[in-house]
Write a protein that binds this ligand. Structure first.
Ligand code: 16G
Length: 251
């Protein structure tokens, strides 16, 4: 937990409020607060110093503070609770060692999972999909393209490809793919994931409701049945400000 003075010092440093600049003060404060949040100077679910104190110590008006905060609430980085104050939005901690699905992950956290379908279709495997899923060129595949939400907030975009003999009809997936695979007796038991940082393009940024060029976490997952057959290739873009992937390491 950072002290109020330390938070204010970091925000002042990152905002460049004393520098001559054509950028409006609220915008500079918004950038400074965002950086303090991204760098962890204001931790997950930690309270922001009161508006009045921020305005006083940073030498700006309360209107400026309020405007910067409102912008960050719109970005999903801050949440306001009536009568209690403003807090850094909670980050989701996702262990990297358990093979679970999004619906299950959100439900165990008491969050309500949501989905916005962008596409559910049948098609022909592209070369990299055929390679990842051990299919012959031209094999039929089911594709699922969706925006996933937690309590209505966009969390990630997922593009999944499965062999058609594993998932014959993609439209049967309403909310959880893993629940459907379970009923088909084809739930994966193992997966390989590759994570890397990426900058969001216009389309993905729009869907995730962040500025284009914002950093995200790109994850590629290949999941396998008990006998070793790869049955799922998923490429996801996670909002960088909402997720922590946590791995336990042992000697
Ligand atoms: C997770 C998986 C994704 C899987 C989905 C199933 C990662 C990076 N991705 O989002 O591969 O298809 O869960 O979730 O964890 P569902 O059962 O809710 O459709």
């Amino acid at each position: 937990m950072t002290t109020v003075q330390e938070i204010i010092r970091r925000v002042r440093e990152e905002s460049g409020l004393d520098v001559d600049s054509a950028t409006p003060l609220y915008r500079r404060l918004q950038i400074g607060l965002r950086k303090a949040l991204e760098q962890g100077a204001i931790g997950s679910e930690e309270a922001l110093p009161p508006e009045r104190q921020l305005a006083h110590e940073l030498g700006v008006s309360r209107v400026t503070v309020r405007k910067a905060i409102r912008k960050l609430v719109d970005e999903g980085l801050l949440v306001q609770q009536r009568g209690a104050g403003t807090f850094a939005a909670a980050r989701i901690e996702q262990p990297l060692s358990k093979l679970t699905g999004f619906t299950e992950d959100m439900s165990t956290r008491g969050l309500s999972p949501g989905v916005e379908w962008l596409d559910r279709s049948l098609g022909t495997a592209m070369p990299e999909e055929a390679l990842a899923l051990n299919l012959s060129p031209g094999a039929k595949v089911s594709r699922l393209y969706r925006l996933r939400l937690a309590n209505g907030k966009p969390m990630c975009i997922e593009q999944a490809t499965l062999p058609q003999d594993v998932l014959p009809d993609p439209t049967v997936v309403e909310s959880s793919l893993y629940a459907v695979l379970e009923t088909l007796g084809r739930r994966p038991v193992r997966a390989l994931q590759r994570l890397r940082a990426q900058l969001l393009d216009m389309e993905h940024a729009r869907l995730l409701q962040v500025e284009p060029g914002t950093a995200c976490l790109h994850i590629e997952r290949r999941s396998f049945l008990p006998e070793g057959r790869p049955i799922e290739l998923v490429r996801s873009h996670y909002r960088g400000d909402s997720y922590d992937f946590v791995a336990e390491l042992r000697l």
